[in-house]
Write a protein that binds this ligand. Structure first.
Ligand SMILES: [Zn+2]
Length: 234
């Protein structure tokens, strides 16, 4: 078993403590057995004004502090229903983690709190007030996940096309006569080559690798028979 970062890296633990102090000063960091949890009131602020206070817990992933962690709303303010974007075990669906990790150059705990966590509770406030979500509501589970990746990549909402496009983006060298991964059947040079090259440029190879890993980790969790996918070169 790997040693969690909070046992081996005092500096990283201190920086998480500092992020809490700064963005959620009422929350406390507690080490319990083999886990690290931050719990307490999380204030949603806007322009220096307190919009709302939620009681939450952050359950830290043991690999690194710079990733998306599980969030649980413990105050009972939000019903534990999929329609409210809360899983039955109480964890919050804070969006596609891969998308946040990819589009944010900084995935520190500080940015996690002020980005996806704050956005989640802001959208809950919007729902409480208006009965609708401030964003288009996606399907749940695997179809919703495929849909969000397809949107991110700008390709059709299809499991194979998403996997093919991710696999293609990981390749360092590509040939113009290969079939385009978008599924059009046309050669790359006459289809999405320039657009996909721009995505690669924007996200960097490391970002694409992170997205790739997240995609298969999520897919594995949602569908146990998922296999790693290779881009087939024509
Ligand atoms: Zn194409």
């Amino acid at each position: 078993m790997i040693e969690p970062w909070w046992k081996s890296n005092a500096e990283e633990k201190a920086s998480v403590g500092a992020a809490l102090q700064r963005h959620a000063p009422l929350m406390r960091l507690v080490e319990e057995d083999d886990s690290l949890v931050a719990r307490g009131p999380f204030d949603v602020m806007h322009d220096g004004q307190l919009l709302a206070r939620f009681l939450i817990e952050v359950h830290f992933e043991p690999e690194t502090s710079a990733t998306a962690h599980a969030i649980i709303e413990t105050g009972g303010r939000i019903p534990r229903e999929l329609d409210r974007h809360i899983n039955t075990n109480g964890t919050c669906c804070i969006g596609v983690y891969g998308e946040w990790e990819l589009t944010s150059a900084d995935t520190s705990f500080s940015t996690f709190l002020t980005g996806p966590v704050r956005d989640f509770f802001l959208s809950q406030l919007h729902f409480e007030a208006h009965g609708v979500w401030p964003f288009d509501q996606r399907a749940h589970g695997l179809p919703g996940m495929i849909e969000s990746y397809a949107e991110l990549l700008g390709v059709g909402n299809d499991e194979d096309i998403v996997a093919d496009t991710l696999a293609y983006l990981r390749l360092v060298e590509t040939k113009g006569h290969w079939h385009c991964p978008c599924g059009s059947g046309a050669p790359l040079r006459r289809c999405c080559r320039a657009r996909l090259a721009a995505l690669k440029e924007k996200w960097s190879l490391a970002g694409v690798e992170r997205l790739w890993r997240h995609y298969f980790k999520l897919k594995q969790a949602l569908k146990s028979d998922a296999k790693e996918h290779q881009f087939s070169k024509a």
